[in-house]
Ligand binder design. Structure first.
Ligand code: GUN
Length: 295
């Protein structure tokens, strides 16, 4: 078993991002700027946004966290997004999900200018991704592709099984793995809650991406000997043994699956760190205007 080390890979890529950001700042007299909007007090979301802001600062970006009480209306939120869309000093905008029930995440996502949509959630970016055109790729799938690329994992012609069809991870991951690209060129099975005989499907995977949001859901009996296992799960449970008061669990039963896997990501220290890298890379591209030229 070999570890796909998110800490190592993310640090290496962040070093390069920091160099590129410094060059951008020298040339333009300003830093790449990411704005993150956080609505309400979801514990997980607070942690993720804080980490995104901290990492922006580490690589020399400007970052702004706008916080709203969960009572904010959809109209107020969308008005703020439209204001940011017009602001030339802001390169990237993300609205952390999930949102309170009275706000439609699809409306919010579509209100963001696709040229600032560094989460890659806007239908224009999703459509362009599916067509293999330059676009912002959702941060977690992007981070996973960067990790596969770093370790030169051979994906062409392999059978990839994605567990979970979320808009944020499972669905875009299935598109990226199937694209005519490297990494890519997989035969992809996208499984979900209505899949019959999930175990048989997952057992066919040379590559398994677990993005279901359930602790230890993928067990050793579901994984083929020699499979590459990517664990996207970040399941938080309260703990008395950690400093933060929380312990993170993946979607994969690491202890029993790891001995069968050729490569596997740990949790923590795997995909989560790569998600940040995907977001930083998108923000840098947004600032530079390499994907969508600045007007
Ligand atoms: N919630 C969980 N993952 C993400 C993400 O990548 N971006 C945003 N905006 N919200 C999320």
């Amino acid at each position: 078993m070999n570890l796909l080390d998110g800490k190592l890979v993310s640090e290496k890529i962040k070093e390069q991002i920091a160099l590129d950001a410094a060059e951008f700042t020298t040339q333009t007299g300003r830093k790449p700027h990411l704005v993150a909007i956080l609505v309400g007090n979801d514990g997980g979301s607070e942690t993720y946004v804080a980490s995104k802001m901290r990492n922006c600062q580490l690589v020399g970006f400007e970052s702004t966290n706008i916080r709203y009480d969960e009572t904010i209306t959809e109209e107020e939120l969308i008005a703020k997004i439209k204001e940011i869309n017009q602001d030339d000093h802001i390169d990237g905008l993300i609205v952390q999900l999930p949102l309170p029930k009275h706000i439609d995440p699809d409306k919010v996502t579509e209100a963001i200018d696709y040229r600032k949509d560094v989460d890659g959630f806007h239908p224009i970016n999703l459509g362009r991704m599916q067509r293999n055109l330059p676009c912002f790729i959702p941060a977690t799938p992007y981070g996973i592709m960067l990790m596969l690329d770093y370790y030169k994992i051979d994906t062409a012609g392999k059978h990839a099984v994605v567990v979970g069809r979320s808009n944020i991870v499972g669905s875009p991951m299935s598109i990226l793995l199937a694209r005519n690209s490297n990494p890519g060129n997989c035969t992809v099975t996208l499984t979900h809650s209505r899949t019959k005989d999930l175990k048989t499907e997952v057992l066919r995977g040379d590559i398994v991406v677990a993005a279901i949001g359930k602790k230890n859901f993928v067990t050793a009996d579901m994984v083929k000997e020699g499979a590459v296992v990517i664990d996207v799960g970040i399941n938080r449970e309260t703990s008395t043994t950690t400093k933060s008061g929380f312990k993170l669990y993946g979607d994969v039963d690491f202890e029993h699956v790891a001995p069968k896997a050729s490569w596997i990501t740990p949790v923590p220290g795997g995909v989560g760190l790569m998600t940040i890298v995907g977001l930083l890379k998108n923000t840098l591209e947004a600032a530079k205007g390499t994907i969508y030229p600045k007007q």
